[in-house]
Every structure is written in structure tokens, then in C-alpha cells.
Design a protein around this ligand. Sequence first.
Ligand code: PFF
Length: 448
Amino acid sequence: MQTIKFSRFGFILAAVGSAVGLGNVWKFPYVTGEYGGGAFVLVYLITALFVGVFVLIAELLIGKLGQSDAVSMFEKLAVNNGKYWKFAGFIIIVPLIILSYYSVIIGWIFHYIVISFTALPSSIEESKEIFMTLLTSDVETQLFYHTVVFALVMGIILRGVKDGIEKINKILMPLLALILTILFVYSMSLDSFSSAVSFMFNPDFTKLSSTAVIVAIGQAFYTLSLGMGVILTYAASLPKNTNIVTSSLLITVIDTLVAVVAGLIIFTFLFDQGAESTKGPGLVFISLPAVFYEFGSIGTVLSISFFVAIAFAGVTSAISMLEPMVSYLISRFNYTRQKAALICSLFFYILGVLALLSNITEYSSFMMIGGKGLFDWLDFLASTILVPIGGIMAVLFVGHAMDANRINEELIPLLGKTLTKVWFFMVRYVIPAALVIVILNETGIFKF
Ligand code: PFF
């Protein structure tokens, strides 16, 4: 039983803090660029609404009814075979794996805040050079910032749900909203804003492939922190009488809004300087710094604000990745919070060090498996394979293993009979099938 609860507002902020992260401000804009703009955005919006909200409701239900750590909740909420279902709870290893390299990326962001203060690259070539040097040869800088993130994230988790997670979200999320609003208003004043709007909202369906649809489903899970035991762990500390349907809608709407606003800001800046839209993962670390340089002195302010905003978004997501395992160790093994936080943090720290070393040219040859470095393997394994698997387990669990009467009691007053039936149909059949397609496609077993 989770004794320490979030306040109602604190819960929404913490869940939004987890959801809004590098996935919104970095990944969403570049996949939008890669998969053709407007058509992808439209598919993403539909996916977020139908898949995202439905799965969020499922995870909030598990947390609300289970009120414990992830493993115990799967064990005790299963009508039958709890001793097998509990293994689904071990999905909480996934956010810890993601955290290992996510922390390294937050470290790069910290480094870029410093670069924004000192010297932005004056051309795209120079920008590429700076980023590639950091990535492939600068062990010290990456280690330094990875250590800073480790200390920061562990320090917050040590303070617990109320004084750590809730408090930091109450500070950082409003600041993030403020910075994004200022950047957004500024970008609206630029001529290229209308091009960014039409790029993101004029769907050109000839550019839409089945892969784009599959990528959109994967992105919805990743950006809403679903399928990883994160949301259900937070939901175990939900205050009583929280409406899980409106909470799910609110979390999805805010998360999507941030992604769209971040996309509009980034594309406006890029188009303003005549840069291209499709730049892949290098969009934020290569294209943007060079673009900020072109803006002159205001560019420095824009750059600092932008990277500070992503750092805030990243840190609030990072803490949500650590908490599930920490809460498991505390409740199942009676560990103190200190001991649990230290063990889990060391795990992600060490894995992160290995991940960052795998990008360093000098060592990468020893650390390549099948042409991919550890960093890329972790990302591929965790976010493309294990997240959909975790998602499948969560929806199958809610749809087939939990007491349907108990769920009806919760949902019918909120959704009505018909929508509750639709929801059951989605989580029992449609969403698991969609996630199987995602996995088959991403692993290349079967390309749709
Ligand atoms: N939702 C986060 C983002 O969009 O960046 C990523 C994330 C958060 C992944 C929490 C995993 C997790 F456990």
C-alpha cells in the first residue's frame, strides 16, 4: 500500500513531467520531418487519442486499484495466475535501461547550454564537427555531465514522492511552460511561422507510408511513458477520487500540445534560416545551434532558453524512469529509500558509461555487435521492442486478467456503458494486435 500520495494537481504534473521529455521536443519534430510532416502529425494525433488515452486509462486503473509497486500490482490484481502475471511487472527494468542513455543525452543538453553561452557554431559544418567530436571522442565531457545527471536524479528520488518528485515537477513544469510560451510567441512573430504551420498541418498523404503509421504508434507509447510500469507506479500514489478518464485525457492533450508547439518552434527557426526540415536525430544538436547563430545576439538567448527547456523536460522524465524500480525494492525487500535509490542509480550510471563509451571511436570497435554500438542497441531494445511488449502485457492484463466487474465499477460511472465496452474491445484486441504489428515491423520480421 502506498501511504504517501501525490496531491491531485501534483499527480497530473508528475505524469505530464514524465510524458513530456526528449520524446516531445527532440524525437517528435525529427520523426515528423522524416515521415513527411502534416500527414504524420495527423496520424499521430489520432493514435495518441485512441491508443494513448485508452492505454493511459488502463495503466491508471492498475495503479489506482493496486496501490503498490508494479510487480505486486500485477500479482495481486490478477484474478488467476498472479504468480505468473507478476513477471509482467518486471517491465520496470526497461525505464532503467532507457535512463542509462537518456541521462547521457541530457548531459549533451547541459553541454549545449554552456555552448550557447560561450560560442555557437557559425556554420552547419562547424556544428556537425562540434557534435561529432563530443559524441565520438570527448569522453571527459560526456562522463562529467552524465555524472551530474546521475547525482541530480538520484538526489530527487531520495527525497521521495512528495518532497522529491512532486516538488521538482511543481517547479520545473511551469518554468518549462513559460519558456516554451515565450519561444512560441517569438516564433509566431517570424515570417516563416506560416510555413512551419503548413508543414505540420497540411497533410500530403502521398508521403504517408505504413511505416509512418507504425512509427506513430511507437511514438505515442514512448512519449506518454506507456508500457514501462512508469505511469502505473505513479498512479499507485494517486489521491482518492481522482477521475482517471479526465486525467488521461489531460495528460495526453498537454503532452501532444507540447510536442506540436515544440515542432512549430523548431521548424519556424529552421525555415527562417533556410535550413531543411528533414534532419533526423541531428536536428536539435546539429541544425539548431547553427540556426541560432544566424539569429545574432537574440540567437544566444533563444538557444539558452531552448536547451534549458529541454533539460527541464528531460530531468522530469528521468526521475520517473528511476522511481518504479526504487518503489519495487522498497516495498518487496524493505530496502530503505536511500539504499534502493543508490542501487538503481548505480545500475543506470554504469550502463550509461558503457553506452557512451560505445560511441567513442577508440573503443567502438570492441563494443560493436551486429554493426550497432551498445548505445544504439539499448535504445533499439528498450524503446522499440520492450516498450511495445510492456504495452501488450499491460493491456492484456487489464483486458483479460483483472476482475472485469471491478473495472466496470470504476469506468461505467465515468465513461458510460457503451464507451466502456469500446474501451474493453480496444484493450483486449485492437491495441495488442497493433502492438504486435509494431514489433514485427520494427524487428524486420515482417515489414508491413
Ligand atoms: N516520455 C518520455 C519522453 O517523451 O521523452 C520518455 C520516457 C519517460 C521514456 C519515462 C520512458 C519512461 F519510463
